[in-house]
Ligand binder design. Structure first.
Ligand code: ADP
Ligand code: TYD
Length: 215
């Protein structure tokens, strides 16, 4: 694979799920994968940061430990390194084999979590993406919801990966607005789904809207 991954994946379909912490991305990504598999499609369900053995090791480095463990610049490099490994070893081969790849978070999360937190670093995020990743999803499902509910859900879930979830409600409000801005900038790529409903209702809306975009 060349420096840019843009040429890969002509035959499969690449779908990402995005949204604030606790919005229900993982739940909905799993449900969509189950439905598409039940319809006979080959689905690769994966996540970021992580999704390949090397990238999962980087995940532990970026999500565990003190919030000032890495400088913002180093953190962008780590997320990009993890994504590059994931793209090379998992996403690109699955797409080349004609599979549906469903990824829980992808590059929009870096644009938001790293780029919105430090607007002066957004160019760096975009430049690294262009140089080292170069592949957008074909479709991005944005699970949109009120941050207070999302934060409650995310904190209720517990676990040791709290570096970003500890950042509070004002931060989540900013994230939500940022994700909605991204969706307006790329309306052909984004499906915006109201996540503040029970999981079955959300899944019942996601599946047909995604299916409209599948071959
Ligand atoms: P995310 O991946 O966006 O952080 P998850 O899918 O992990 O979100 O969901 C976060 C928590 O909220 C989990 O405990 C999950 O069971 C619960 N949850 C997910 N979707 C819903 C929903 N639509 N309504 C209520 N609770 C939900
Ligand atoms: P994730 O496990 O998806 O968290 P959640 O289920 O709570 O949404 O992602 C872990 C954290 O990593 C999340 O707070 C967002 C953050 N993150 C970034 O900061 N940059 C990135 O590029 C990615 C992919 C995730």
């Amino acid at each position: 694979m060349s420096a840019s991954g843009a040429e890969v994946g002509a035959s499969g379909v690449f779908i990402s799920f995005e949204g604030i912490d606790g919005s229900g991305k993982s739940t909905q990504a799993r449900r969509l994968a189950d439905r598409l598999r039940a319809e006979g499609r080959t689905v690769r369900l994966t996540r970021e940061p992580g999704g390949s053995p090397g990238a999962e090791e980087i995940r532990a480095l970026v999500l565990e430990g003190a919030s000032d463990r890495w400088s913002p610049e180093t953190e962008i490099l780590l997320f990009t390194a993890a994504r590059r490994d994931h793209l090379e070893r998992v996403i690109a081969p699955a797409l080349a084999a004609g599979e549906v790849v469903i990824c829980d978070r992808y590059a929009d999360s870096t644009r938001m979590y790293q780029g919105l937190a430090r607007p002066d670093l957004r160019d760096l995020v975009d430049t690294l993406h262009r140089l080292m990743i170069g592949r957008e999803p074909d479709l991005t499902v944005l699970i949109d919801m009120d941050p207070a509910t999302g934060l409650e859900r995310a904190l209720g879930r517990g676990g040791g990966e709290a570096r970003f979830e500890g950042m509070g409600l004002a931060w989540q409000e900013k994230m939500r607005a940022g994700f909605l801005d991204l969706s307006r900038d790329a309306p052909d790529r984004f499906l915006v789904i109201d996540g503040a409903r029970d999981p079955d209702t959300v899944a019942d809306e996601v599946a047909p809207r995604v299916r409209d975009h599948l071959p």
